[in-house]
Design a protein around this ligand. Structure first.
Ligand code: HXC
Ligand code: NAP
Length: 287
């Protein structure tokens, strides 16, 4: 069921959506679903060859309009050019999906300050550059619009070994909640999704120490006992950017199979108590 399309066909018809980091991974999967729902989609990232190939494949697979524009989201002028290229192509843009990210694992004291900048600049600066440029355009042109940002659950818990990413994602969450209030009067909604583990080449290749992959069974770390499927994330994203979610703003929706609360709950380790021991404790309690 969760592998299937959730929204009615044409739910995003007439909308133009920009997906940063749309050439690969989750950005690609969400873009594909938006296209099947009738949207025009612009995918953008640094690697033009990658996004052009993806745009051609997604257009062919969905019979939709997918257009590639190269843009490094860290550079404001490139973001403005990408916005103008989108408007030239489709006449208007209605939705921004801040999905581009950079990340790697490292003890923090081993990082150079440039390494820290690199991740924070992609995640936080990239998101506020895009949100600011698009917001100015929407407000000036009185276009009702919305922004969806992909964060992580460690945006609020923090996490060792991915500290620049945690700092960046926490900033994106603050941006989302702050502007949801400030820009509500302009008809602009801002929401976020915090995914748990969804297999992608980009994340999986960078976030696991090479020889220890088998030591971490990620599926077992959450309550549901599996990793996420791209379609279920795409379903949630499509809903949040659609007009069905018109009354939702400033929200962050967690889709992680209960991973972060499993880690947080004081007594969740009692999962390991065998049934026989529970039986014995019950007998003792009842005398
Ligand atoms: C320590 C590192 C490093 C590493 C790079 N650096 N990789 N430091 N550990 N693994 C340092 C470099 O030495 C350099 O510092 C500085 O960072 C910039 O490195 P560049 O390679 O020049 O940067 P750039 O080419 O811009 O590449 C950016 C990148 C790369 C972030 C390093 O990994 C990338 O392009 N990532 C994009 C895709 C991505 O990361 N996807 C995963 C998202 S997953 P010095 O001092 O030497 O100059 C995600 C999931 C989270 O966010 C939650 C999962 C559950
Ligand atoms: P991914 O495939 O590596 O996607 C990251 C994308 O960001 C790439 O397409 C990359 O393209 C683009 N990007 C990086 N730097 C950029 C820059 N400066 N300007 C423009 N684009 C840039 O990884 P993913 O797993 O799909 O991640 C997608 C989003 O989900 C990220 O926000 C990530 O933090 C989030 N997330 C993922 C998971 C997971 O389990 N997969 C969990 C939680 C959150 P270029 O290299 O061509 O620029």
């Amino acid at each position: 069921m969760y592998n299937q399309s959730m929204l009615k066909a044409d739910s995003l018809k007439g909308k133009t959506i920009v997906v940063t980091g749309g050439g690969t991974g989750l950005g690609r999967s969400m873009s594909q679903y938006f296209l099947t729902l009738g949207a025009n989609v612009v995918i953008t990232s640094r690697k033009l060859d990658v996004i052009e190939k993806t745009a051609a494949e997604l257009s062919a697979a969905t019979n939709g309009n997918c257009f590639a524009v190269a843009c490094d989201v860290r550079i404001y002028e490139q973001v403005e050019n990408m916005l103008q290229a989108t408007i030239s192509k489709f006449g208007q843009v209605d939705i921004l999906l801040n999905n581009a990210a950079g990340n790697f694992i490292s003890p923090t004291e081993r990082l150079s300050h440039r390494a820290f900048d690199t991740v924070v600049d992609i995640v936080l600066k990239g998101s506020y550059n895009c949100t600011l440029a698009f917001g100015k355009y929407w407000i000036a042109n009185k276009i009702p619009a919305n922004v969806l940002s992909i964060v992580t659950t460690y945006a609020w818990t923090g996490s060792g070994y991915v500290v620049p990413s945690a700092c960046g994602k926490a900033g994106v969450l603050a941006l989302t909640r702050s502007l949801a209030v400030e820009w509500g009067k302009y008809g602009i909604r801002l929401n976020a999704i915090a995914p748990g583990p969804f297999p992608t080449e980009g994340a999986w290749s960078r976030l696991m120490p090479p020889d220890m992959k088998d030591d971490f069974d990620i599926a077992k770390r959450n309550a549901i006992g599996r990793v996420g499927e791209h379609q279920e994330l795409a379903n949630l994203a499509a809903y949040l950017i659609s007009d069905y979610a018109a009354y939702i703003t400033g929200e962050v929706v967690v889709i992680d199979g209960g991973e972060w609360i499993k880690g947080a709950g004081e007594f969740n380790m009692l999962d390991k108590v065998p049934v026989k021991l529970w039986d014995m404790m019950e007998m003792l309690r009842k005398g």
